[in-house]
Design a protein around this ligand. Structure first.
Ligand SMILES: Nc1ncnc2c1ncn2[C@@H]1O[C@H](COP(=O)(O)OP(=O)(O)O)[C@@H](O)[C@H]1O
Ligand SMILES: [Mg+2]
Length: 597
């Protein structure tokens, strides 16, 4: 794990190397103090040599200042390394998440990704900052202090032989349990973040359904679960504290008792005993520091695993593998034949589904959502797609820009398998208005320019007129510079939909896909938008998923979907004559109209 994370230290290697050096100097300065102290007590005081005492005293002051300087310098250097490492890691995670396919995103919940990018990275970052200090300092102090104590009095240091194993056992006990507890804690933090996020995004729905109480309870449950896990982890660390303090104090008592006897018998000097006790304290403090570090490492390990899981996720929808002769290899297809890339240069917008079956691998039921779909849409045709809810309409069109990949069969654009296009090229050629769409904080213009960042004002106005958005945009006092809040809160659903359409049109795509994208627009406006397709998008292949048959009745062809299967592909007139499902949908909608008066 350390190996795969170490590369994110990147440009902070210098600090990583400098830090231990500073720690070493700090430790040397600190451990020299007791030696000087014993010189004052054992030599200066008995001889009554004030000059000597003052001289050693000044050395001690200088050493103390040195220790402070090295300590502060080390803190600065290791914080820089830690923060820098955290920034690099977050950056890498964010980039990775950007490359995720829809299926990858289905796998991690958004809340969990947020926790991993923030809290888990913070854990690692803090561990590194503290780690480079303590991880070196504690063992160094321990070893040097042990040697010095041993040199003062070997027999007396046997007390350590009893104390250290007891502390060791205590630490081992913490470690074995801590990692489990910290993993549980992070998972609960995921759950909490997901709850918060869902609630905040859907806060309007929550309020309109008067579900605040339910949401509060849900939040409390997540929050309590997290608190519970955090307390359990903390109390594990806390219960070990008394044990350690007990051992430390018992050891000190034993040394004073035995050492005092030695001093009285004249075997040991008072100054030696004083420095011996300082070393023993330092040894025990180091051991406790080590236990803190082990706890931190346990927590970092839990977080590190979660981060690596994201970083090492196999992105399942990627660019095709290019062969030496310029042809590209089909990625997952059963027939792994190379297809010349030249085919993809002409791009008139023909769509073909060949024996396509599809199921959702991550959150799906395991059943096919689409089974054996076969149809061809010719360049420039306008095709409607109708069918009841959950019949697979959205799933079907998502396969075209490879938001998901087919499970079996192939989707072809201009006779080339979509998996053989470079993803960017493929998606640039397709304008898509997703059923679940969104606008971003920024002006209307900024949002529209997603479709084509180089578009001129005229082009903007042209598509907005086509999408029936121009008049409402200009009715705002700021016009195209009107600022949209997060998700476009300050405009209506129908207005948003018209902006989505304009944004997709601005791409001037060869294929335009509209997934139920006029559901919030009134029929008269919808009719106008539709007219503009027929007159302005003659070269564009347009797929329109619609709830109302009236929305697509003038299309060249209508694809009727039922239960993930194609039940018809023909013109409205023909389908009305012969297609039972189409007739049923039509009848039910007529009844709806009549019932509504
Ligand atoms: N991301 C997903 N993960 C798992 N199942 C999904 C996902 N999206 C849709 N489904 C399921 O696929 C089926 C078809 O959904 P969809 O294509 O959205 O239907 P439609 O657009 O016709 O209403 C539904 O049963 C739905 O529950
Ligand atoms: Mg849908």
């Amino acid at each position: 794990m350390i190996k795969s994370l170490a590369k994110y230290i990147g440009q902070y290697k210098k600090q990583m190397l400098l830090a231990p050096l500073l720690v070493l100097l700090d430790v040397i300065a600190e451990l020299s103090m007791p030696i000087l102290m014993s010189k004052i007590v054992d030599e200066g005081i008995p001889a009554g040599d004030t000059g000597y005492i003052v001289k050693i005293g000044i050395y001690m002051i200088l050493l103390a200042m040195g220790a402070i300087f090295f300590g502060v310098a080390n803190m600065k250097v290791s914080s820089t390394a830690g923060q820098g490492f955290g920034a690099n890691l977050r950056d890498a995670l964010f980039k990775k998440v950007q490359s995720f396919s829809f299926a990858n995103i289905d796998h991690f919940s958004t809340g969990s990704l947020v926790t991993r990018l923030t809290n888990d990275v913070n854990n690692l970052q803090n561990t590194l900052t503290m780690g480079i200090r303590l991880l070196l300092r504690a063992p160094m102090m321990l070893i040097v202090a042990m040697i010095l104590a041993y040199r003062i009095n070997a027999r007396l240091s046997l007390v350590m032989a009893v104390a250290i194993p007891i502390l060791g056992i205590a630490i081992a006990l913490i470690m074995t349990n801590a990692k489990k507890l910290f993993t549980v804690m992070q998972t609960r933090m995921d759950a909490l973040n997901s709850t918060i996020q869902e609630n905040l995004i859907g806060i309007r729905v929550v309020k309109s359904f008067v579900r605040q109480d339910y949401e509060k309870k849900k939040f409390k449950k997540s929050n309590d679960a997290l608190t519970d896990a955090a307390i359990r982890a903390a109390s594990l660390a806390v219960t070990n504290m008394p044990v350690m303090m007990l051992v430390v104090n018992a050891a000190t008592l034993a040394i004073i008792k035995i050492g005092g006897g030695l001093v009285i018998n004249g075997v040991m000097m008072t100054g030696e005993l004083i420095s011996f006790i300082s070393y023993i304290m330092q040894i025990l403090v180091s051991v406790m520091m080590l236990s803190t570090i082990f706890l931190m490492l346990a927590r970092a390990e839990a977080s590190g695993k979660r981060i690596i899981e994201v970083l090492e996720t196999q992105v399942d929808i990627t660019d095709p593998v290019e062969l030496k002769d310029g042809s590209i290899l089909l990625q997952k297809s059963t027939s792994a034949m190379g297809i010349s890339r030249n085919n993809s240069q002409v791009h008139p917008g023909k769509i073909e589904f060949k024996h396509v079956s599809f199921k959702y691998t991550v959150a799906g039921t395991g059943e096919n959502v689409l089974s054996d779909i076969n149809f061809i849409v010719n360049p420039g045709e306008i095709v409607g797609i109708v069918g009841g809810t959950a019949t697979g309409k959205t799933s079907l069109v998502n396969l075209i820009p490879r938001l998901y990949d087919v499970t079996e069969g192939a989707v072809l654009i201009d006779d080339v398998d979509v998996r053989n296009y470079k993803l960017d090229d493929l998606r640039k050629g397709i304008g898509m208005v997703l059923q679940q769409n969104t606008l971003f904080s920024g002006t209307i213009r900024e949002n529209l320019l997603w479709g084509n960042e180089n578009a001129t004002q005229e082009e903007l106005e042209k598509v907005c007129k086509d999408a029936q958005a121009h008049s409402f945009i200009t009715s705002f006092s700021q016009g195209y510079d009107t600022f949209l809040g997060q998700g476009g809160v300050n405009i209506s659903g129908g207005q948003k939909q018209r902006l989505y359409i304009a944004r997709a049109m601005l791409k001037r795509p060869k294929i335009l896909i509209l997934d139920d994208s006029t559901s919030a627009v009134d029929s008269a406006t919808e009719e106008k938008i539709r007219k503009s397709f027929y007159s302005n998008f003659k070269d564009t292949t347009v797929l329109i998923i619609a709830q109302r048959i009236s929305s697509v009745s003038r299309a060249d062809k209508i694809l009727v979907l039922d239960d993930g299967k194609v039940m018809g592909l023909d013109s409205h007139t023909e389908l009305m004559k012969s297609n039972r499902i189409y007739q049923e949908i039509n009848t039910s909608q007529q009844e709806g109209v009549l019932a509504n008066g």
